[in-house]
Design a protein around this ligand. Structure first.
Ligand code: OGA
Ligand code: MN
Length: 221
């Protein structure tokens, strides 16, 4: 029963309540085993293949004219999802289930999802940051799915989470283990990716509200 999402109310069914509860209480939530291993493996395989084909780029920060590549702040490489493989479609189905659950319970008005694969090589990091400020980019809810099987605690690579914008002591740290999903409010939760000794695969995504227009988009992909 436990590992069959279909038997507990559809895609992600057994995990959605806990995620919503965490978001209400703490503005963030962690859900180990959110995605089945078969999907995690397919997504990691795809990320590896796309990397081999040279489809990953050094990640950027900021938007439009502020867009820059500053490896002092982050040094990972990313590749945007376009929804054109079976594995990506399955990921998007899980995220659609989460979107509906959050909108029903929190009235957040989540509209569209943008997401990318990310690869952090050994030593790569992403310093403390928030994914949105005062609605500047329409990002409301951030999600991260980890794709690393057999991850060891002493490899590092944890996601460090603070409980609020001005917090100085941390709320928790999350290990990037296969199938774990993290969700948090993009404008409220500072977070940081600690350097790892091994390659670290993930998908990061952002649900946005519906207030973007054609000349107010992400930097070129
Ligand atoms: C990001 C991010 C977290 C992670 O891409 O903005 O914070 O654990 N990622 O990969
Ligand atoms: Mn982030």
């Amino acid at each position: 029963m436990q590992d069959s999402a279909d038997l507990v109310g559809g895609v992600g069914g057994g995990h959605l309540d806990g995620l919503v509860e965490g978001l209400v209480r703490d503005s963030f939530a962690v859900s180990p085993g959110f995605a089945p291993l078969s999907l995690v493996r397919a997504l990691r395989k795809e990320a590896r293949e796309r990397d081999r084909l040279g489809e990953f780029r050094l990640a950027g920060i900021g938007r439009r004219q502020d867009y820059q590549k500053d490896t002092r702040i982050r040094s990972d490489r990313t590749c945007w999802l376009k929804g054109d493989t079976l594995a990506q479609c399955q990921w998007l189905e899980y995220m659609e289930a989460l979107r509906m659950a959050v909108n029903q319970s929190l009235f957040m008005g989540l509209f569209e999802l943008e997401s990318h694969f990310a690869i952090y090589g050994p030593g790569d990091y992403y310093q403390r940051h928030m994914d949105a400020f005062n609605g500047n980019n329409g990002r409301l809810l951030s999600v991260v799915l980890y794709l690393n099987e057999g991850w060891q605690s002493d490899w590092g690579g944890r996601l460090r989470v603070w409980p609020g914008p001005d917090a100085t002591s941390i709320a928790t740290e999350v290990e990037p283990r296969a199938g774990t999903l993290v969700a948090f409010l993009s404008e409220k939760i500072p977070h940081e990716v600690l350097a790892a000794t091994h390659e670290r695969y993930s998908i990061a995504g952002w649900f946005r509200c519906n207030n973007t227009t054609a000349d107010w988009l992400d930097p070129p992909r």
